[in-house]
Ligand binder design. Structure first.
Ligand code: GLN
Length: 195
C-alpha cells in the first residue's frame, strides 16, 4: 500500500515520518499523476486556505474530490480536517474544501480562548496526548459520521475532535507531532486495510 501525503504546504514531512514509523510506504503528492498511484491520502496540518489555493493552482481539487468520492481512504489532521468538511463556519470568503465528510467544521474554533493547547484524549480505547494548534472543532455531524473523540470546553460544551465516516478520518489535533502512532495505525489498520 502506498500512502500519499498532500505536500503543498504544512507539516507533510511529519506525516511521512509517522507513516514510516508504522512500517508503511509514504510518498509526497503534488500532482494528479502522483495521486493516481496512491492507495490512500493524508491531508496535513498547516493553513487550509493556502493548501486549498495551491491545490487549485496545481489542478488537484477535482482529482482529489473524485478519488474521495470513489472510496480512496483519506485522513486529515487540523487543516486537513477542514479540507474534508462538507461545510465550514468561519472559513475565509470563498474558501473551498475537498469535502467528503458530512460535517460542519468551525475554523480556529479554540482560537479565541487559547491558540494552542495540549490535552489527553480517549481515542479508540487508547489514551492519547493530543496537540491542538489554532485548531478547528466539529460543529455538527450527519448520521453516517462516527464521533471518536471529543473535548469539553470551559463552558461545559462537548465538541467532537476526531470523526470517521466510512473511508474518511479527520482529527482537529496533530498526531504527526507526537511520538504516539495510534491515530496513524488506526487509519492504516482500520480505515485503509478494511477496504
Ligand atoms: N487554523 C488553520 C486553518 O484554518 C489550521 C491550523 C493547523 O492546521 N494547525 O487552516
Amino acid at each position: 500500500m502506498k500512502i500519499g501525503v498532500l505536500a503543498l504546504q504544512g507539516d507533510f514531512r511529519e506525516h511521512l515520518h509517522a507513516i514510516a514509523q508504522c512500517g508503511e510506504v509514504g510518498m509526497e503528492v503534488r500532482r494528479a499523476s502522483e495521486l493516481d498511484i496512491c492507495d490512500a491520502l493524508i491531508l496535513p496540518g498547516g493553513e487550509s486556505t493556502a493548501i486549498a489555493l495551491l491545490a487549485h493552482n496545481y489542478d488537484l481539487i477535482q482529482p482529489i474530490r473524485a478519488r474521495i468520492e470513489t472510496g480512496m481512504p483519506a485522513y486529515g489532521s487540523c487543516a486537513g480536517m477542514i479540507l474534508l468538511a462538507d461545510r465550514l463556519v468561519d472559513g475565509a470568503p470563498g474558501q473551498q474544501t475537498f469535502g467528503g465528510i458530512d460535517m460542519t467544521v468551525r475554523r480556529n474554533a479554540f482560537g479565541r480562548q487559547v491558540d494552542s493547547f495540549e490535552s489527553t484524549l480517549s481515542f479508540n480505547s487508547h489514551n492519547l496526548h493530543a496537540v491542538f494548534i489554532r485548531a478547528p472543532w466539529v460543529e455538527d455531524v450527519g448520521s453516517r459520521v462516527e464521533v471518536i473523540s471529543s473535548v469539553t470546553t470551559s463552558d461545559g460544551q462537548s465538541h467532537p475532535v476526531a470523526v470517521r465516516q466510512s473511508h474518511l478520518l479527520a482529527t482537529s489535533f496533530h498526531p504527526e507531532l507526537t511520538q504516539d502512532q495510534v491515530v496513524h495505525r488506526y487509519f492504516i489498520d482500520e480505515v485503509c486495510k478494511s477496504r
